[in-house]
Write a protein that binds this ligand. Structure first.
Ligand code: DX5
Ligand code: ZN
Length: 217
C-alpha cells in the first residue's frame, strides 16, 4: 500500500512557517489546522496565512477546518490555495452541497468525524468525497495521546470504501507516531497526519521517511 504522510504545522514554530514547510521535505501534503475558538477551544490561523503559506511552498496544502459554519467558509480556503479542504460533518449544515462546492472550485473534498461521530449515518455520502478523516484524538490540540478505541471505526470505514469500490483516501489525525502508525495502517488508513511526531524531532524529513516506511511495511 502507498502511504501518504502529511506533517501538521500546528506543532511547528508559527513565527517560521515557511521554514517549517522547507523542513518537511518528502511530505505528500502539508496539513494546516484551522481552528476558530468555537468548534474547538483553540485558535490558530485563517485564509491570509493559508494564502501566504501557499506562496511559500510547493507542497500542496491539506486544510483541516475545525470551525463552525464550514458551509460559509470552506470554499474560500480553496480560493486561498488549498488543494484539499476537510470540513467537520458535525458543523456542516449541508455536507453534500458543501463537498460538491469544494470539488467544483477545484480542490479535493474531505469530511472529518470527531471520535464520538460514527461513520454509518454517512455511508451514502462517501461517493461525494475524495477523503474521509477519522480523528484519533478530540480535535483542538497537538500532542495528545492516540485513541485506540478509534481503530474499529477506521476498519469499518475501510470496509465501506472497499465495498463500494471507491478511490477515496482514508486519513487519520491525532497521536499518529512511530508507536501508532502501524496500527492505523493495518486498520486501513492510507493518509497519516503527524504533528509532534514530525516537528517534535530534530530532523522532520527523516521522521517523515520513517513514518512512511512503517506505514508501508
Ligand atoms: C488536532 C489537529 C491535528 C494535530 C495533530 O486537533 O487536528 O492535526 O496537529 O497533532 P499530533 O500529531 O501531535 O497529535
Ligand atoms: Zn488536523
Amino acid at each position: 500500500m502507498t502511504a501518504q504522510i502529511n506533517p501538521s504545522i500546528l506543532s511547528a514554530d508559527f513565527a517560521r512557517l515557511a521554514d517549517a514547510a522547507d523542513a518537511a521535505k518528502g511530505a505528500d501534503w502539508l496539513h494546516v489546522d484551522v481552528m476558530d475558538n468555537h468548534f474547538v477551544p483553540n485558535l490558530t490561523l485563517g485564509m491570509p496565512v493559508v494564502e501566504a503559506l501557499g506562496r511559500a511552498t510547493d507542497i500542496p496544502l491539506d486544510c483541516h477546518l475545525m470551525i463552525d459554519q464550514p458551509d460559509r467558509w470552506a470554499p474560500g480556503y480553496v480560493e486561498a490555495g488549498a488543494g484539499s479542504v476537510t470540513f467537520h460533518v458535525e458543523a456542516a449544515a449541508a455536507p453534500v452541497r458543501l463537498a460538491r462546492e469544494i470539488r467544483a472550485k477545484g480542490a479535493r473534498a474531505s469530511m472529518a468525524l470527531k471520535p464520538a461521530t460514527p461513520i454509518e449515518p454517512y455511508e451514502d455520502l462517501l461517493p461525494e468525497l475524495d477523503m474521509l478523516l477519522v480523528m484519533t484524538v478530540e480535535p483542538g490540540f497537538g500532542g495528545q495521546a492516540f485513541l485506540d478505541i478509534m481503530l474499529p471505526k477506521i476498519r469499518r470505514t475501510r470496509a465501506l470504501i472497499d465495498k463500494y469500490g471507491l478511490e477515496m483516501w482514508l486519513q487519520v489525525d491525532g497521536g499518529v507516531s512511530a508507536e501508532t502508525v502501524e496500527r492505523c495502517a493495518e486498520a486501513g488508513a492510507d493518509v497519516f497526519v503527524a504533528g509532534s511526531a514530525v516537528y517534535g524531532t530534530d530532523d522532520p524529513s527523516a521522521a517523515i521517511r520513517a513514518l512512511r516506511a512503517q506505514a508501508e511495511a
